[in-house]
Ligand binder design. Structure first.
Ligand code: GDP
Ligand code: GDP
Length: 432
């Protein structure tokens, strides 16, 4: 499920995005990473959480590529989003680009809501009627600045959305290969599948046009979610990044385990770290695949040095397994997949209550929680309340007294005793 905000520059897309996602106006910053992080958000409305992307974060600076870029963005949004919010500006009225975008929307089945923005007052709401000229049955006059009309817009949006949030794909294990353009995702998938095509039972463009390959591997049913095939779609540089970011957002949601692929000759970039954060947030398993390992000049300590480098950057996700691979020489391509499956198993693992409590008791004795408002904080017992993804509940007298540092301590102990490599753990503290 995804909503895309589309429109020509300056109509108020990012203002609307901030309004709908409840963010304060982002500080305008020319750093590329900052712009991109602003692009994603979530709308909370009617008891639902709706992921939304603002296409305005990706605007080419050079004027001559501008129109083709916008055209392409519209196509990308149409192919990937479930609903498009097409933003126009009542203070300028209908422009040529608005008309052209409308043409493109007509050719697609994706529902599009026409937003007439900057309708800040009655007079401008009235003026918004001009937008009917684009031929939509309905228009939604709003003011992104002061919030007028956004409730009606969100009600209409909810009606257009699919009923249920898509989750991981049924009982098959969903494995997504994610990474920046050119790190070798397609090559990797081809190396994996091309080696023995017979393991592929079906390749389909099921979810929109993401390529899902149904694979049987070592007696297991897998779905490989390929976020690569984008070069065909996007020709403009900014759009390649936009598209790959959009695709990875979606893939993370669909997967059980994300293989984050990076280029060994480049290292980790902001966007990679963001994908890890995304995976963490959605409680997905993670593997770091360092591709193009054949290009790295190596001695006996190289892998170790690389591991240290990645662990330092990933910091709290240093439990994520790292595999050095080469899609070209096929070195360890199966190891990458095997590791992803191990992570999937870890994510589905259950720890018995008695084993867990033995560990917790020892951990608490070794290092007591700090006192809370003069009271001892006692953790009475713990239990794993769910698996896939794992959630642990700790019952205690003062749940509020368990601070982040102690939570991390317990998480570290859990990992030390039970593994869970590559798996985000959720620890909740409850009153007992
Ligand atoms: P984008 O390029 O489409 O993302 O547009 P921005 O969100 O950056 O907004 C462009 C300009 O329009 C900024 O100066 C905003 O303050 C202004 N703006 C956005 N929404 C509204 C609105 O609802 N009313 C008015 N009066 N101005 C708005
Ligand atoms: P994608 O955009 O992530 O799907 O990347 P591609 O699979 O299209 O690869 C981008 C480029 O990197 C292509 O020229 C590949 O041949 C090259 N490449 C991919 N994997 C490797 C690798 O393991 N080693 C080397 N030397 N080149 C690779």
């Amino acid at each position: 499920m995804l909503v895309a905000i589309v429109g020509r520059p300056n109509v108020g897309k990012s203002t609307l995005f901030n309004r709908l996602t409840g963010r304060k106006r982002a500080i305008v910053d020319d750093q590329p990473g900052v712009t991109r992080d602003r692009v994603y958000g979530e709308i909370e409305w009617g008891g639902r959480t709706i992921p939304v992307v603002d296409t305005g974060g990706y605007v080419p600076h050079s004027a001559e590529r501008f129109e083709s870029a916008i055209r392409e963005q519209v196509d990308i949004a149409l192919s990937d989003a479930d609903v498009v919010l097409f933003v126009t500006d009542v203070t300028t009225g209908i422009t040529d680009i608005d008309e052209e975008m409308t043409q493109r929307f007509r050719r697609s089945d994706t529902p599009v809501l026409l937003v007439a923005n900057k309708a800040d007052n009655d007079e401008r709401r009235w003026a918004a009627n001009e937008m009917y000229g684009l031929g939509f049955d309905e228009i939604y006059p709003v003011s992104a600045s002061n919030g007028i009309g956004t409730g009606e817009l969100l009600d209409a949006l909810l009606e257009k959305l699919p009923e249920t949030e898509e989750t991981a794909l049924d009982e098959r294990t969903g494995i997504a290969v994610i990474g920046r353009p050119n790190v070798g995702k397609s090559s990797f998938i081809n190396a994996l599948l091309g080696f023995d095509r017979s393991i592929v039972t079906e390749i389909s463009g099921t979810t929109r046009d993401a390529v899902h390959s149904q694979v049987e591997y070592e007696g297991r049913e897998l779905t490989l979610i390929d976020t690569a095939g984008l070069r065909k779609k996007a020709k403009v540089k900014e759009n390649i990044e936009f598209y790959s970011a959009l695709r990875s957002e979606r893939a993370v949601r669909e997967a059980d385990v994300c293989i984050l692929m990076v280029d060994a000759t480049v290292g980790l970039e902001n966007q990679d770290v963001r994908v890890f954060r995304q995976a963490e947030k959605h409680k997905k398993g993670m593997v770091l695949a360092v591709n193009k390992w054949d290009l790295v000049e190596k001695d006996t300590k190289t892998a170790k040095r690389y591991e240290e480098y990645f662990h330092r950057i990933l910091d709290r996700q240093s439990h994520v397994p790292i595999v050095f691979t080469s899609a070209v020489t096929r070195q360890r391509v199966y190891k990458v997949l095997d590791t992803a499956l191990e992570v999937a198993d870890e994510r589905a693992k259950r720890v018995s209550t008695s084993t867990l409590n033995d560990m917790v008791q020892a951990a608490v004795e070794a290092h007591h929680p700090p006192t809370y408002r003069g009271n001892y904080v006692r953790i009475k017992y713990a239990t794993q309340v769910r698996a896939d993804p794992p959630v642990f509940a700790f019952f205690c007298n003062h749940p509020d007294g368990v601070k982040e540092s102690y939570r991390r301590y317990l998480e570290g102990k859990l990992r030390k005793s039970f593994g869970f490599d590559g798996v985000p753990l959720t620890l909740v503290f409850k009153q007992k």
